[in-house]
Design a protein around this ligand. Sequence first.
Ligand code: ITT
Length: 203
Amino acid sequence: MQSRLVVATHNSHKTEEIREIVGSFFEEILDLNDFPEIPEAVEDGTTFEENSAIKAFAASAMLTNAFILADDSGLEVDALDGAPGVYSARYGGEKATDADNRKRLLEELGKTGAKGKSRSGRFRCVLTVVKADRKLAVFSGSCEGILANEEKGEGGFGYDPLFIPDGYCETFGQLASEVKHELSHRGKALALFSDWLRQQDSK
Ligand code: ITT
């Protein structure tokens, strides 16, 4: 197996979660913050699958022969017809912070008047593994839940303080990171990646 994994992301929260879940498979896990010369990929796909592949191949073009994992993820809210979806990172504007995105989400949800279970939604994550410009594997995960009326909890990142996974009363911002990893879109996709890594090792 590879000793180094490069995660094709500038989001260090994602990298940290990936380290926590699959760190034991690699001697080191880097991300694009370690390669400032690599420009930001243009995420102009219309699906998580497309944007995940775009990010993986953009990094691969600059890091010849590196073992690369890209993560494209986001939140779909039923009362908003699936928004923010693939636009989750930019929901609050082109340079939006996580706080801006959460503020816009609460505003848009407020306009719908949706309450309780009608505030259902899900996180989605698509991981793409690329090496030497070849797509080796794609893994997906999703996590169903409902959107809270207000932010709760300081943990996690992004929309976590607003997302209550099914079967729980607390948001991902309140739940321990181990619990989030068991339930989350990324945790599920990374569990499939882990199985794949084990299979590669046994070949
Ligand atoms: P890269 O493109 O550099 O990977 P990004 O943060 O822009 O970083 P995406 O394009 O995949 O990544 O956008 C994901 C959006 O969904 C972003 O707003 C995240 O905050 C949010 N998101 C993804 N996973 C999440 C999680 O586990 N918890 C909360 N929010 C999450």
